[in-house]
Design a protein around this ligand. Structure first.
Ligand code: SAH
Length: 393
């Protein structure tokens, strides 16, 4: 394997010496003019010192580092990184009799920028976010299949690879085939549709937050907004909620929720109802005090920094609508999964919503992503999920 070379401008090696894994295009003094997207590159400081190996990409992040030494990026490298990731999930107790849905690889958080792998029982669903990972997909899939319990590897990158790279990836099994679409999370059963669902088919990142919600659900009237596969709804039902209403603008998502309620509680679960409706409209039309536990888990309002201002307005409006109508003595679980919005900004948006409605509001919990979505300490950008649990009087 040949590596192209990239040499940095003077002083631009500083963040890399502290293991931050991104090289911005503006930091580059010279590069092989034959570099193509997805090529492996060796990065040098301006004085010729080797920094490490990474993969190139077109855009403001020109190189994502895979090593901070001269370790080759080959089969042994991927096997090692995947084994490290697996070992950590074992330490976390992710694979248990009552749990087999978890994230095995979380990009930079597992020192594999550009790669995401979620495990659903015997199936690993793999997403490449950068061309290099696409080129290495077969090696990665074979290495995944060597891990205990992984029988099938489904590759799903049609919507995650840069469109301009013209790689035309095909979503398909690289190893094995469909075995079961059922996965277990904290003892609850879920159908996971990795073929047609969003992302890898399920949001494993809310697992611990759902468990906390279950704890608060007893006897409450629960509204699960942006329900998708109904994760929060199913936990609320197990937690003895009095009723659970699930809302999503996508009719398909509502069907997934209904299916998962049936899978766990049979067809006669009269406490549950679902609505294919826009969240903002639903909140506008609902009666005051109809619910005393509301979950707001919207899609990312800001996918990029440029959308930040509008995203913050969106979070404020959404939370204000819920805070206006929620019953006294209620609990509100509110989330943002936008990476571009930080913890303080999100909290400020919720604060503004609270102030606008003049309710007495206290913060009970400050939530984040679970341990199987680790944050590389040298890459704080990896922190993306934020949540607040509020007590509203
Ligand atoms: N809470 C879910 C994940 C939510 S993903 C979980 O625990 O798995 C976001 C969901 O919001 C998607 O299913 C999407 O269909 C839905 N959505 C997007 N815009 C919406 C809107 N305006 N009103 C209602 N639902 C919306």
């Amino acid at each position: 394997m040949t590596y192209k070379t990239v040499t940095l401008k003077r002083g631009k090696e500083e963040s890399l010496k502290r293991f931050h894994p991104w090289v911005f295009s503006g930091a580059i003094a010279a590069a092989d003019d034959t570099i193509e997207e997805g090529d492996l590159v060796t990065v040098y400081a301006s004085d010729g010192t080797l920094i490490g190996n990474g993969h190139s990409q077109i855009g403001s992040i020109a190189v994502r580092m895979l090593t901070f030494d001269d370790t080759a990026i080959d089969e042994a490298f991927y096997e090692q990184r995947l084994n490290d990731a697996y070992k950590m999930r074992q330490a976390l107790g992710m694979q248990r009799e009552d749990n087999n849905a978890y994230r095995l690889v979380h990009g930079e958080g597992d020192f594999l920028p550009g790669l995401v792998v979620d495990i659903y029982g015997p199936t690993a669903v793999m997403q490449a976010h950068s061309p290099c990972m696409h080129f290495a997909r077969n090696i990665i899939a074979q290495a995944l299949a060597k891990l205990p319990g992984v029988h099938n590897v489904y590759y799903k990158s049609e919507t995650t690879l840069p469109y301009m790279a013209h790689l035309d990836p095909v979503n398909d099994y690289i190893v094995g085939s469909m075995e079961t679409d059922e996965a277990l999370e904290n003892g609850l059963r879920f159908h996971v549709d990795w073929l047609k669902g969003q992302k890898t088919g399920f949001f494993v990142d809310q697992r611990e937050n759902r468990r906390l919600l279950e704890h608060y659900s007893r006897g409450r009237k629960v509204l699960n907004m942006f329900c998708y596969t109904g994760g929060f709804s199913v936990y609320a039902l197990r937690g003895d909620a009095q009723l659970v209403h699930s809302v999503d603008s996508s009719a398909k998502a509502v069907r997934l929720t209904d299916d998962n309620v049936t899978l766990n509680f049979g067809d006669n679960e009269s406490r549950h109802k679902s609505y294919a409706e826009d969240a903002f409209k639903f909140l506008d039309n609902m009666e005051k005090d109809a619910y005393d536990l509301i979950i707001l888990d919207p899609p990312a309002f800001a996918k990029h920094k440029s959308a930040l201002r509008n995203a913050l307005i969106g979070y404020r409006r959404l939370n204000a609508k819920a805070l206006e109508k929620i019953a006294p003595g209620s609990i509100l679980f509110t989330f943002s999964c936008s990476q571009a919005v930080n913890k303080e900004q999100f909290r400020l948006a919720v604060f503004s919503a609270a102030a606008q409605t003049r309710r007495r509001v206290r913060i009970l919990h400050q939530l984040t992503q679970p341990a199987d979505h680790p944050i590389n300490i040298y890459h704080p950008e990896g922190e993306y999920l934020k949540g607040l649990v509020l007590y509203v009087e």
